[in-house]
Design a protein around this ligand. Sequence first.
Ligand SMILES: [Fe+2]
Ligand SMILES: [Fe+2]
Length: 293
Amino acid sequence: MKSKFTDKEVNPLESIEDWENDLLTRYPEPKSEQAKAKEDYRNYHDSERVDTVREFYRLNHQYQTYDFVRQKEAEFLKFEKKEIPFWEAIDYLNTLVDDSDPDINLDQLQHLLQTSEAIRADGHPDWFVLTGFIHDLGKVLCLFGEPQWAVVGDTFPVGCKHAEEIVYPEFFENNPDSKDERYNTKYGIYAPNCGLDKVKMSWGHDEYLYQMMKDYLPEPALYMIRYHSFYAQHREGAYEHLMNDHDREMFKWVEKFNPYDLYSKVPVAPDSKTLRPYYENLVSKYLPSVMAF
Ligand SMILES: [Fe+2]
Ligand SMILES: [Fe+2]
């Protein structure tokens, strides 16, 4: 697959963090004085990012087809690429972000710690804290040379019509699935309210990490990991027709998780050294010390 795309197509974003930063423009934090100050700060940076994020979505919406997802599943869900000790994977992930703008681009470990520490501060169960801490670990996909648009970005169902509520819906015009009669109707290959477990999502760090973690964490944690980038549903409610009652119950957790992911980002570095023993303990309670990628 790699040779099919030019360097510009593989890395349309300056930094893979730009996608998440852009989400804040679409879904700003409910206003407080502090939030307003933060927003002014962000808007300044946002203006430089609009074009690259647009290009990122153009590529994402064009290439994320049903067949593409199947290929990626076949390639990555055997977990035969590499065995990596858990903490090395975290360090590995940290090499991802080039800190061209250190004011806003916290490294990945800091984003994970800010998310998990905010969850911990609110007194949630330890598996919820752990979920915050690992939720973006699937971004290691980038380190296998995967295009950014096949690692991050809003996720959406493939195999049925692309909802208008997905960001930049006009770019689906270039996605061959939108011309394919099997895939371009409301339900496509799915039955009404079949349940999301039967629905294939566009490929990225969410599904990859879910598949890696599915034997180790409680179900609400798995939903949070698997659907945290599914904004078209957890923010817009655009795919109710594919969900069953159990999904609806579990999406309360996805919705609970989202603000921690989006709004815990403050340009203050958590003290990873001091926090490390707590997280080492937590990780060893639930996960094997070496993970297969
Ligand atoms: Fe994420
Ligand atoms: Fe995140």
